[in-house]
Design a binder for this molecule. Structure first.
Ligand code: ATP
Ligand code: MG
Length: 201
């Protein structure tokens, strides 16, 4: 099987992630794309990240309707900070016959060489770098035979912007799937009590 791997903090998952995964699935003939929410993201230490269980469940809600999308707990069930090398090693151990394609936006692709054990990353997976508004997509310094660049429809959406909108009492409808809007509201994620609009119950 050709298995796409979409890693992310997904705090929250939004339509930029979903379009990137869907385009990679279709253009690279992937049989399945597994979304892997991070445990503790090592790049994001110092900021509060929503509990892993909430990020996992929002990812399940967002992907449930697509028969080719699945969600893995490998990173959230591993203790300590999440490194992509561990994600790929675990997935490879679980599914040794699958060919892995790690899908990443232009911002993350540019940082791969700074990731732990970056040379081994390219032995375990091929990388699909997708365009993301505001970032330059380039494979410079990366092994050309293991990295493909792919333009995808531009979605100028980030989880940071979604969190800030919720904190300001602004809508995130249509930036994230409807079920995720409702999940955020049900569990009071991202809003401090002072930012709650006065009309809220
Ligand atoms: P944050 O603002 O918290 O960093 P984010 O929107 O960047 O959140 P991540 O969970 O950090 O989302 O990203 C996971 C992966 O999805 C990364 O490879 C990132 O480059 C990619 N990605 C995120 N948003 C987009 C987008 N709008 N278009 C294309 N790729 C994206
Ligand atoms: Mg990010």
């Amino acid at each position: 099987m050709r298995l796409g791997v979409m890693g992310g903090t997904f705090d929250p998952i939004h339509h930029g992630h979903l379009v990137a995964a869907s385009e990679a699935q279709s253009l690279f003939g992937l049989d399945e794309v597994v979304f892997v929410p991070t445990g503790e993201p090592w790049q994001k230490q110092g900021r509060d990240v929503a509990p892993a269980e909430h990020r996992y469940l929002m990812t399940v809600v967002a992907t449930a309707s697509n028969p080719r999308f699945t969600v893995s707990r490998v990173d959230i069930d591993r203790d300590g900070p999440t490194y992509t090398i561990d994600t790929l090693r675990d997935l490879h151990a679980q599914r040794p016959d699958d060919e892995l394609f790690f899908i990443t936006g232009a911002d993350a692709l540019a940082q791969i060489l700074s990731w732990k054990d970056s040379d081994e990353l390219f032995d375990l997976a091929r990388f699909i770098g997708v365009t993301r508004p505001g970032y330059e997509l380039s494979e410079s310094g990366l092994p050309a035979d293991r990295v493909d660049l792919q333009e995808v429809p531009a979605m100028a959406i980030s989880s940071t912007d979604c969190r800030e909108r919720v904190a300001r009492g602004e809508p995130v409808w249509y930036l994230v799937p409807d079920g995720v809007v409702q999940y955020i509201s049900k569990h009071h994620l991202y809003s401090s009590p002072t930012a709650t609009p006065s009309s809220a119950p």
